[in-house]
Design a protein around this ligand. Structure first.
Ligand code: IFM
Length: 453
């Protein structure tokens, strides 16, 4: 047994992290432009103004991708590039950029997977209340419809939102990402509901507008890994994975609040008991819109923590990692079994073809004297994680795809350019690209459909 024959192997990026050209061709300002330009918010005050200059170098990047054997590319569209004011008049030059990118991908035999929103929210809409505004789902729908009508003849695979846990939870509750505010659940819960409604509205519209559309959704979370395979530990890990935290700043870091409404048509009971009081009037009526049939359910998984059964009210407790447990450069615990238990628990619950839409490793890579970038740690990380994912597929998970994060080194949000996740090394001073060893290895994985893992 192996991965299914039509398994999708790909690589992912996002607009603000790679495009640059932040003030070019009529692009509007996003909350990330403003946040990054606020001193002290991002490592060394780095910004995405230039990033990988992909806006100008997309042809070179697509050619590199094709040379690496990548046949599926997940990218995101910058809302303020298409609609500088967030709504209203479209920016033809912005629309034209994605036309050219999509055409270039197709000319190289690469299938585009377009993420509608990967965090670069228009400042013009933020000034109107952003996701707090009850009109915000409709604003998103209009933006999504522009994309569907313009690109739907060539793009069939769409992901509505990337990691709402981060752009809502880290942006508005924990306050460490753009726009960087700390608001209470009474404000953030209605915002989250508006995001879910925007997801449902746009998924429905994509199915109605784009012939043959395949729509998915990409939240995230560290997976819970049972300490042993005893039924008690497995159940403890499952409970932990789907529990909504009782914490006013961290509550949004969970799986079920963000996925149950979209995938099952209801909010999780345990979460409702904590936060249901803050949902906007009429929320029950929105659930039918939020709950749209999706062709795939996705998750971004990088890490996990070990959980065991415990004799306490929750029924579980975390097992602290042992001293010296392996970590990536960004300090995330290396936990390959996250790609077994995460997909397994999620598929059991949501019963929908499953994608990993992000997984990868930050390393402090360097160009060696031989002019190459040797990154054995990344190869080892990916091999371990992919083996676990393959085991999940063998145990019945309908594993349909995997996108490595990331195609190329890029602007890593609050960490600026300090972290490198790419298969392609980017020298930001010269914009020279160097394909890393891991890219060569990934090509062999793709060619063997994971048989060589
Ligand atoms: O770079 C990010 C990406 O934008 C969202 N998921 C996690 C990645 C690594 O932090």
């Amino acid at each position: 047994m192996s991965f299914r024959k039509d398994f999708i192997w790909g690589a992912a990026t996002s607009s603000y992290q790679i495009e640059g050209a932040a003030q070019e061709d009529g692009r509007g300002e996003s909350v990330w432009d403003r946040f990054a330009h606020t001193p002290g918010k991002v490592f060394m005050d780095h910004t995405g103004d230039v990033a990988c200059d992909h806006y100008h170098r997309y042809r070179e990047d697509v050619a590199l991708m094709a040379g690496m054997g990548i046949r599926n590319y997940r990218f995101s569209i910058a809302w303020p590039r298409l609609l500088p004011e967030g709504t209203g008049a479209a920016n033809e030059k912005g629309l034209d950029f994605y036309d050219r990118l999509i055409d270039e991908l197709l000319a190289h035999g690469i299938r585009p997977f377009a993420t509608l929103f990967h965090w670069d929210y228009p400042c013009a809409l933020q000034a109107r209340g952003g996701w707090e505004n009850p009109d915000s789902p409709k604003w998103f729908l209009d933006y999504a419809e522009l994309i569907a009508k313009r690109y739907g003849d060539r793009v069939k695979d769409f992901i509505t939102f990337n990691e709402p846990q981060c752009f809502i939870g880290m942006g508005y509750a924990f306050g460490v990402q753009a726009p960087g505010v700390r608001l209470p659940p009474s404000t953030v819960v209605p915002m989250a509901h508006n995001v879910l409604l925007a997801h449902g509205l746009s998924a429905r519209m994509l199915h109605e507008t784009v012939h043959g559309a395949r729509v998915g959704y990409a939240p995230c979370a560290d997976a819970c890994i049972p300490a042993s395979e005893s039924p008690a530990d497995v159940e403890a890990a499952r409970r932990c994975y789907f529990e909504v935290p009782d914490d006013p700043q961290l509550w949004a870091r969970n799986v079920s609040w963000w996925s149950d409404p979209a995938m099952l048509g209801h909010y999780p009971e345990q979460g409702l008991s904590l936060y249901g009081q803050y949902l906007p009037r009429g929320w029950e009526g929105d659930l039918a819109v939020i709950h749209q049939p999706l062709e795939f359910y996705a998750q971004n998984i990088y890490s996990g923590h070990v959980v065991r059964a415990a004799d306490n009210a929750r029924g579980w407790e975390q097992v602290p990692p042992p001293p010296g447990a392996p970590k990536t450069a960004i300090q995330w615990t290396i936990a390959p079994d996250a790609l077994y238990w995460g997909p397994r628990f999620l598929y059991e619950r949501y019963k929908t073809p499953f994608f990993i839409t992000e997984n990868g490793m930050s390393c402090h890579d360097a160009v060696s004297l031989d002019g190459k970038v040797h990154d054995p740690n990344r190869v080892d990380y990916m091999r371990r994680y992919l083996r676990a994912y393959k085991r999940a597929a063998e145990d019945g998970v309908d594993a349909a795809g995997y996108f490595v994060w990331s195609l190329m080194d890029n602007f890593e949000w609050g960490q600026g350019y300090n972290e490198r996740f790419g298969l392609i090394y980017v020298d930001y001073a010269t914009q020279k690209r160097t394909v890393k060893d891991s890219a060569e290895w990934y090509r062999s994985v793709i060619e063997s459909n994971g048989e060589n893992l």
